[in-house]
Structure formats: structure tokens, C-alpha cells
Design a protein around this ligand. Structure first.
Ligand code: GNR
Ligand code: NI
Length: 178
């Protein structure tokens, strides 16, 4: 397994539309393993293949939630999810707002509205097909990741004024870090 460099805005690769994969092969599983390792190291809770420069419709998610009643941050449980060629079949009219971040827009956050519940279809790590209704934080993160497959970042859901403010803060942060 390998930790891969994460592509950051304004890299034009993040605007690319990713292509469906023909089959879940060992080579694709290797990519998914590397994406997961890269995501854990970042650390993050989701990663689309284009964020490591691969324009294919593949993403990994692990919400790494604390067990009920647990407060120790070290007790987070790993439960990786793999989505190949994901599709959204239905979206609820009801919307939910989350303060989103993105590894490709480091250390910037903004409140984004998205449908609260979606019905999705995808292939998993073994190439098995799933169709399921998804709600809660997973619905938000899956929609954030699926946006990456269309070349869309969470900041693209903001007004130009707010987006430019975020990008300005990012530039300033990078100058301070340099
Ligand atoms: O690590 C991440 N956290 C996050 C928080 C709220 C909504 C979406 C996300 S996904 C993000 C990782 C990432 O950039 N995935 O593309
Ligand atoms: Ni992201």
C-alpha cells in the first residue's frame, strides 16, 4: 500500500469528469487500497480517485465514528466503504446542512445544503452490486464524493462572493505556511 499525493485546488484535474470503470480488477483494488491509506493518513473521511489524480469513478469513505457512549478519540472504529461507478437514483426534497471540508481545499469549511436522503447504486470492493437508501452524514459525504466525479468541489455550491473569500483565505494560509 502507498500514501499518494493529494491534488489541491486550483489544479485543473479537479474539474475533470471521471470515467466509469469496466470491471473491478485487482489493479482497481490496489488503487482503492492506496486511496484508503491516503485518506486515513490525511486524515479524512472520504476520498475520490481524482483527488489522487486518477480520473475514474471510484471513491472510498470511512466515517470512523466513535462507538455509542465512547469519548476516547483513539476508540474510533474503522469501517471502510468502497463505491465503484456510483449513481444517485433518487434524492429527497428535504435538505440537510453540514459544515463541509475537503482535502483538496485544505483547512477551509463552509455550510453546504444537500438532499438529506438519497437512493444510490454502486459496485463494492468485490464487484458486487448494491442499491440502498442512504441517510445521515453518509448521505452528505457520498454526495460530496460523487460531486468530485463530476469535477465539482463543495465551494462550487457557494455564491461567487463566498467562494472567492474561501479561495483568498486558502492563498493566505499557504503563504503563511510557506
Ligand atoms: O474529510 C472530509 N471531511 C468532510 C466533512 C464534511 C463533508 C464532507 C467531507 S469529505 C472530506 C474528504 C474529502 O475531501 N473528500 O473528497
Ligand atoms: Ni472533497
Amino acid at each position: 500500500m502507498a500514501i499518494l499525493p493529494i491534488v489541491e485546488t486550483p489544479d485543473p484535474r479537479l474539474k475533470q469528469v471521471s470515467q466509469p470503470v469496466d470491471a473491478v480488477t485487482d489493479e482497481l483494488r490496489r488503487l482503492m487500497d492506496d486511496m484508503l491509506e491516503t485518506m486515513y493518513a490525511a486524515p479524512g473521511i472520504g476520498l475520490a480517485a481524482i483527488q489522487v489524480g486518477e480520473p475514474v469513478r471510484v471513491l472510498v469513505i470511512d466515517l470512523q465514528e466513535l462507538p455509542e457512549g465512547e469519548e476516547d478519540e483513539d476508540k474510533r472504529v474503522r469501517a471502510p466503504l468502497y463505491f465503484v461507478n456510483p449513481e444517485i437514483l433518487e434524492r429527497s426534497q428535504e435538505m440537510t446542512t453540514y459544515n463541509e471540508g475537503c482535502l483538496s481545499v485544505p483547512e477551509q469549511y463552509a455550510e453546504i445544503d444537500r438532499p438529506s436522503v438519497i437512493r444510490a447504486r454502486w459496485l463494492d470492493y468485490d464487484g458486487n452490486a448494491h442499491e440502498q437508501e442512504i441517510d445521515g452524514f453518509l448521505a452528505t459525504v457520498l454526495q460530496h464524493e460523487m460531486d468530485h466525479l463530476e469535477g465539482i468541489l463543495f465551494i462550487d455550491h457557494l455564491s461567487k462572493l463566498k467562494r472567492d473569500m474561501v479561495l483568498k483565505k486558502l492563498t493566505k494560509m499557504r503563504k503563511l505556511a510557506a
